[in-house]
Ligand binder design. Structure first.
Ligand code: NDP
Ligand code: 2IT
Length: 449
């Protein structure tokens, strides 16, 4: 960045922080995008005059509401919920719902903001949104989760629709929650529509949606390694998380001949010295998806459990953070670099802190940001919307092929916009510029809206 660009950037960030005080996650996400796009933005006066950067960082609207529900003991509880409809320039609002005690408006604004550019990169007609609640489904019974979802939909149904806003899952929201939400939507609206994605396969869900984020992340990782004359086969991969994204990333890694040496949850991680086998993977999937258990309960040969730690101390070639935001900090990044990591491929949204990103950049580590590498999930959600609109369903092979093509196209966009002088690709710049340009052009075309 030139000093003039830096000055503009600093001024812009100062204003953003003033308008969004205390929203540190949102500030972090905007910082990363603005840093990448500022040189291009300043060279194109028409966008600057139209204040595209100021406008795209202001959500179209945020709906905040109370969700009141009843425990199994008959006690009344209330949680706070939101839907952040960030930007619909490219299509109906689209993005997941997160149920986790750490959910705040700032977290959902960062996720909604990232979603705008991720969805733009998929090439499908989807705007950016995110929603959720500070409700914790972990310590609740099945009936409590159902009552919460039903109560949440009583408010949410007014604001969504297949051509308006189409929510899906995220942390704490999987097939079970989507089904409860969808059932209640139909009861309230008296019509079937593709208003949510991630539905069950027997009622309008798409093949491969459950697998899509993890598989897509591995497809992206393959393209990134290939571009730099490397391959995934035989590589040791430290995966974090053991939820939807982590599980299916691990599955695809095993199929590609890589060694998955770690998985984690919020209480600790497991080190699998010789790499996870397919049988062990299946046992963990049953433990997590069906029994909703903890990794600490998993006992397998050659497996060590490390309580209260993150997996980044384990030597690996590739780090694949698939749990949550800011889970990979500077200290972890330094250890990974010391142990010879060659690539980081994000399955989660914004899992890497700004300092950790700088560490990887300094040491020439390839780094795919979530908005590129985890876009497979929302891409197959987009395909679910298309199938629902056409009243057809594609075979798993067909959806998988489309997912592979989409991930390849996203990779190509990153290469086009992010190739540096030494021939390496800066995927952070590439994805931010690639995602931003299309949204900016649409906003400019619409005039003052
Ligand atoms: P899940 O709820 O299925 O799994 C989340 C995993 O991350 C669990 O292993 C969980 O551990 C762990 N985790 C959650 N919060 C924390 C925390 N604060 N500290 C440590 N570990 C934590 O969610 P997903 O797999 O769907 O989502 C994971 C990430 O991927 C998120 O960043 C999400 O935004 C992103 N993503 C998800 C997509 C999707 O389609 N689902 C698409 C694109 C991105 P525990 O079980 O102990 O809570
Ligand atoms: O972060 C994400 O892209 C998701 N949670 C998936 C969103 C979606 O609409 O499928």
């Amino acid at each position: 960045m030139t000093s003039a660009e830096q000055k503009e950037f600093d001024q812009f960030m100062q204003g953003l922080k003033k308008r969004n005080p205390h929203e540190t996650e949102f500030q972090q996400a905007v910082h990363e995008v603005a840093l990448s796009v500022m040189p291009w933005y300043l060279q194109h006066d028409e966008f600057r005059k139209a204040q595209i950067l100021e406008r795209v960082t202001e959500p179209d609207r945020i709906i905040t509401f109370r969700v009141t529900w009843m425990t199994d003991e008959g006690e009344i509880r209330a949680n706070r919920a939101w839907r952040v409809q960030f930007n619909n320039s490219l299509g109906p609002y689209k993005g997941g719902l997160r149920f986790h005690p750490s959910v705040t408006q700032s977290v959902l604004k960062f996720l909604g903001f990232e979603q705008i550019f991720k969805n733009s990169l998929t090439g499908l007609p989807m705007g950016g949104a995110k929603g959720g609640s500070n409700f914790n489904p972990k310590d609740k019974s099945q009936n409590e989760v159902m009552r919460f979802c039903q109560s949440m939909m009583i408010e949410l149904h007014r604001h969504i629709g297949e051509d308006i806003d189409v929510p899906a899952g995220d942390i704490g929201v999987g097939g079970r929650e989507i089904s409860y939400l969808f059932g209640q939507y139909m009861r309230l609206e008296n019509r079937w529509s593709g208003v949510l994605t991630g539905k069950g396969l027997s009622f309008g869900g798409s093949a491969v949606r459950k697998e899509a984020t993890g598989w897509g992340c591995v497809y992206f990782c393959e393209s990134m390694l290939q571009q730099h004359n490397e391959s995934i086969e035989g590589k040791k991969v430290a995966v974090s998380g053991s939820g939807n994204v982590a599980l299916y990333a691990a599955q695809k890694l095993i199929h590609k001949g890589a060694k998955v040496v770690t998985l984690s949850d919020s209480k600790g991680f497991i080190h699998i010295k010789d790499g996870l086998t397919e049988e062990q993977w299946e046992e963990i999937r049953t433990l997590k998806e069906k029994q909703r258990g903890r990794l600490s309960e998993f006992k397998g040969s050659g497996i060590e459990y490390h309580k209260g730690e993150r997996p980044w101390s384990i030597a690996c070639d590739i780090a694949m953070p698939c749990a949550t935001q800011n889970e990979l900090e500077e200290a972890g990044a330094k250890t990974l670099v010391k142990n010879g990591v060659i690539a980081v491929c994000e399955g989660a949204n914004m899992p890497t802190t700004f300092q950790a990103i700088s560490t990887f950049r300094e040491h020439g580590v390839l780094h795919a940001p979530g908005k590129a590498s985890n876009a497979g999930g929302v891409a197959v959600s987009g395909l679910e919307q298309s199938q629902n609109a056409m009243r057809i369903s594609w075979s798993p092979e067909e959806v998988d092929q489309r997912l592979r093509d989409i991930m390849k196209n996203i990779h190509r966009r990153c290469v086009e916009e992010g190739t540096t002088e030494n021939g390496r690709v800066d995927y952070i710049d590439g994805s931010n510029i690639g995602g931003f340009k299309k949204v900016a052009e649409a906003m400019l075309a619409y005039g003052a809206v």
